[in-house]
Design a protein. Structure first.
Length: 175
């Protein structure tokens, strides 16, 4: 079949597939920015864990990296740390505001694990967020049985009322 004739001055048909890909990429970038904003403005993450003794929720103060991994320190023998050792698949929530008209929150799923060793830059950021004195050397905050933990989310459900009403938006960091 011959290609349709184009009359002088007429625009070519838009490539709908390319436009959809560009829109999808722009939307993913916008959602990524919203995830970063809520993580930046939140203070604690509520970890939802489960093990043989049942489900448990634990709030912990966190910091995060550019890949949206969340880090916190906990005692290895506390309930949520033991549950993570038994079942690393967890859910988590960060709430950046409690004003229901302007609610901003993240619901997340992913995997958590204990991380070995000192991480000085994260230690400094965590202590500043907690309003505590800055550590002087790597590992200063890892005393009395405290250890680092990392949560790597594979899915974010974003609540941002001023943009989406009560319709959550999904962001998957590796898609």
């Amino acid at each position: 079949m011959p290609a349709p004739r184009r009359t002088q001055g007429a625009r070519p048909e838009p490539d709908r597939a390319s436009a959809a890909v560009r829109y999808s990429h722009r939307m993913a970038q916008d959602l990524k920015s919203l995830v970063r904003e809520v993580l930046r403005d939140g203070f604690a993450v509520n970890l939802g864990v489960s093990d043989a003794s049942g489900p448990w929720i634990a709030p912990v103060v966190y910091v995060f990296d550019d890949a949206f991994n969340l880090y916190w320190i906990s005692i290895a023998d506390c309930q949520h740390s033991r549950a993570i050792a038994e079942n690393p698949k967890i859910a988590a929530v960060v709430i950046a505001t409690h004003d229901t008209d302007n609610e901003r929150a993240l619901q997340m799923s992913g995997r958590a694990m204990r991380v070995e060793g000192a991480m000085f830059e994260l230690e400094q950021r965590l202590q500043a967020k907690r309003g505590m004195p800055a550590p002087q050397s790597p590992g200063d905050i890892l005393t009395d049985g405290y250890e680092w933990y990392r949560f790597t989310p594979d899915r974010f459900e974003i609540t941002y009322n001023t943009l989406f009403g009560y319709d959550r938006q999904t962001y998957r960091p590796n898609s």
